[in-house]
Write a protein that binds this ligand. Structure first.
Ligand code: NAD
Ligand code: MG
Length: 403
């Protein structure tokens, strides 16, 4: 590709979005920003428009779009749009080379799918879209010839440790296992009794990574690793038996690939999302990410342990939903989103999150996920079931004892 790589950043005001723009700003000779997309944070979006002068700024919220339009100084050539249609149009625009998919949650699926169908280089951070619609998304990637470059640090590590053949398609040649590392989160050594009392702020205080609140809670419950387990199966076309979760509290090794001959390749680095982001933006070249070099002597120890599924049942629930197949993964993801939102609102306890998911998985029958409409309807049904369950138990106080 001649000239600069033109990027659309979806979820630009979030943790991944901000880190992406940090890397882009280091390379004005390589990258330009075509579009920025966010839900409703006008002030952050305004500052980003001032710095990057994108062609388009899309706010999903109409009112926020209006306020942004009124606040933009006349000398910034950015057009403000709003809503799903505008989002689908900007990700598919001819001028776009790569799309950073960093919207949080199931809300990211339509735009991620649109980018894949349009054959864009898909820099995939929004793991929920793959968990929910993996079948559709991978099919779209294959059919359009899009390149999918995983941004989730573990999958980026696996991608870096696997042989890559035509284009950006990873190959399983000689691979015997993928070792998916997990930090264990802030509650790694907590008892179930202690976790019962955990507050949202404690759950969001990750020992190694600074992230948005939803993924931080997922990291504390190990559902993040469950979602990543599903993500690994889709991206690398792996049977679930070939993926093993290993707890590695230092988050220095970001995942490993084990080969038939006994070799194990690991990708290491400081826990800073700018490394996988820069890898995706620059691919196949390496570009400066602003990340401090790894100092192994200071790190001193790399520890490993098995995950404890009795204290962290979310990991088991995610694995079981892969085995069940069909829309079970979408149901698992949706129930988790409802439960995490309820926990962050202090409507349920941390330890109730897996109970909501298990209940919902038991109520919603899986079907073949052969269209976006089917997947979205499974997602909606799971949200309804989870919401009703929460309403019922809140009423008779069996599940929750609200403060
Ligand atoms: P965040 O909460 O910090 O940011 C979310 C972004 O999405 C914001 O810009 C917000 O405006 C936008 N958004 C929210 N709802 C939207 C909607 N309905 N439509 C359009 N935009 C919407 O989240 P984050 O931590 O940056 O995570 C983003 C995604 O990346 C998640 O899927 C997460 O699992 C994944 N991820 C994050 C990290 C990390 O370190 N933060 C690491 C790996 C993967
Ligand atoms: Mg990750």
């Amino acid at each position: 590709m001649a000239g600069k790589r033109s990027i659309a950043v979806l979820g630009s005001t979030g943790s991944i979005g901000v880190s992406t723009l940090d890397v882009i700003a280091r390379h004005p000779d390589r990258f330009t920003v075509y579009a920025l997309v966010a839900l409703s944070s006008v002030d952050a979006m305004l500052a980003q428009c001032r710095q990057f002068a994108p062609r388009y700024a899309v706010m999903m919220d109409q009112r926020a779009a209006q306020v942004l339009k009124e606040s933009l100084p006349a000398d910034i050539p950015t057009e403000v749009l709003h809503g799903q249609e505008a989002l689908a149009a900007v990700v598919s625009a001819d001028e776009v080379d790569a799309v950073m998919a960093a919207i949080v949650g199931a809300a990211g699926l339509p735009s991620t799918l649109a980018a894949a169908r349009a054959g864009k280089t898909l820099l995939l951070a929004n793991k929920e879209s793959l968990v929910m619609g993996g079948h559709l998304l991978m099919q779209a990637v294959r059919e359009s010839g899009a390149w999918l470059l995983p941004i989730d640090s573990e999958h980026n590590a696996i991608f870096q440790c696997m042989p890559v053949e035509a284009g950006a398609v990873p190959s399983l040649r000689g691979v015997s296992k993928v070792l998916l590392t997990a930090s264990g989160g802030p509650f790694r050594s907590w008892s179930l009794e202690r976790m019962r009392e955990a507050t949202p702020d404690q759950a969001c205080a990750h020992p190694n990574w600074s992230m948005g609140r939803k993924i931080s809670v997922d990291s504390a419950s190990l559902m993040n690793k469950g979602l990543e387990f599903i993500e690994a199966c889709w991206i690398f076309d792996l049977a679930p038996e070939l993926v093993e979760v290993v707890v590695h509290p230092q988050s220095i090794i970001h995942s490993m690939v084990q080969y038939r001959d006994g070799s194990v390749l690991a990708q290491m680095g400081n826990p800073d999302m700018r490394t996988p982001i820069a890898y995706g933006l620059g691919w196949p070249e390496r570009v400066d990410a602003g990340v401090a070099p790894l100092d192994l002597v200071t790190t001193a120890h790399l520890d490993f342990e098995a995950p404890d599924e009795s204290r962290f049942p979310c990991l088991r629930l995610a694995r079981e939903s892969v085995t069940t197949g069909g829309t079970a993964m979408a149901v698992c993801n949706a129930a988790n989103e409802v439960a995490v939102a309820a926990f962050l609102d202090e409507r349920i306890r941390f330890t109730d999150i897996p109970r909501v998911i298990e209940y919902t998985l038991g109520q919603v029958s899986p079907v073949e996920p052969d269209s976006l409409a089917v997947v979205e309807s499974a997602d909606a049904e799971a949200r309804r079931v989870s919401d009703n369950y929460l309403a019922a138990v809140a009423a008779d106080d069996k599940l929750v004892s609200l403060p």
